[in-house]
Design a protein around this ligand. Sequence first.
Ligand SMILES: Nc1ncnc2c1ncn2[C@@H]1O[C@H](COP(=O)(O)OP(=O)(O)OP(=O)(O)O)[C@@H](O)[C@H]1O
Ligand SMILES: [Mg+2]
Length: 264
Amino acid sequence: MAIIYSVTNQKGGVGKTTTCACLGAALAEQGYKVLLVDFDPQSGLTVCLGYDPASFNPTIYDSLINCEQYSLDKVIINTKIQNLSLVPSSLDLAGAEGELIGEIGWDRNLKDALAPVRNEYDFIFIDCPPSLGVLTTNALISADIVIVPVQTEYLALRGLKQLGDIIRKVRKKGNPELKMRILRTMHDVRTLHSREVVEELEKVFPDEIFKTIIRRTVKFADSSLAGVPIVLYAKSSEAAEAYRNLSKEVIEDAKKTIIERQGR
Ligand SMILES: Nc1ncnc2c1ncn2[C@@H]1O[C@H](COP(=O)(O)OP(=O)(O)OP(=O)(O)O)[C@@H](O)[C@H]1O
Ligand SMILES: [Mg+2]
């Protein structure tokens, strides 16, 4: 049964979508079966894998609103990358916030939609929008682990308090086992300030931080434009290696989580 990850930060442009695509591709490359769920109305993940979001019907929106009629297996596509599947999103998803709020169990719709396909994958990654609303709550309720990409920049820690509060609420109200992992992204080794933030994050989250740090490089923007994740676009680049290293940490962490799950 797949370990489910929610890749979440309400701050925009911190590398959520890039992390889903690159980590997913790095795991798929090693033979793991991976499902990527584009859960952002802006459809960044669908686009960065080389697809036009307008070309899909149904999409995650339909499964979220009515998973009996539009079961997720009708929405999943096999990407051009072996072992990597995608649930595309479209702009309709923006309307889901308003439609779900007030419904009974509004925060569990994604979990219900994922349940029937969970056995078919080793890893599922949900790419959240940059907000803390209905969609992000659904992702956090569904997940075993929330990965929080954090830019190693001034004020990076500020938004984490608000996200931490939501995570605590989710643990209390419906997903007590939810774990958090911090991923340092877009790191600029040249600045002292960036290095200070790296250390600060290590101090604040000693048990929750990934050792791998993703450095800032223009290669990511190039690979997004090409519609190919960096592990395939620039196979032997430092950036590709970083996401491969991260995938090794994720595999170890997943193994521990599976053992804990069996013990429960
Ligand atoms: N390590 C990195 N170095 C440089 N550029 C990066 C890095 N990671 C991602 N990028 C680029 O930064 C931009 C934002 O990244 P991405 O879309 O992954 O962020 P996001 O958190 O998903 O944004 P949003 O909140 O808008 O969905 C993209 O153009 C991406 O190619
Ligand atoms: Mg994104």
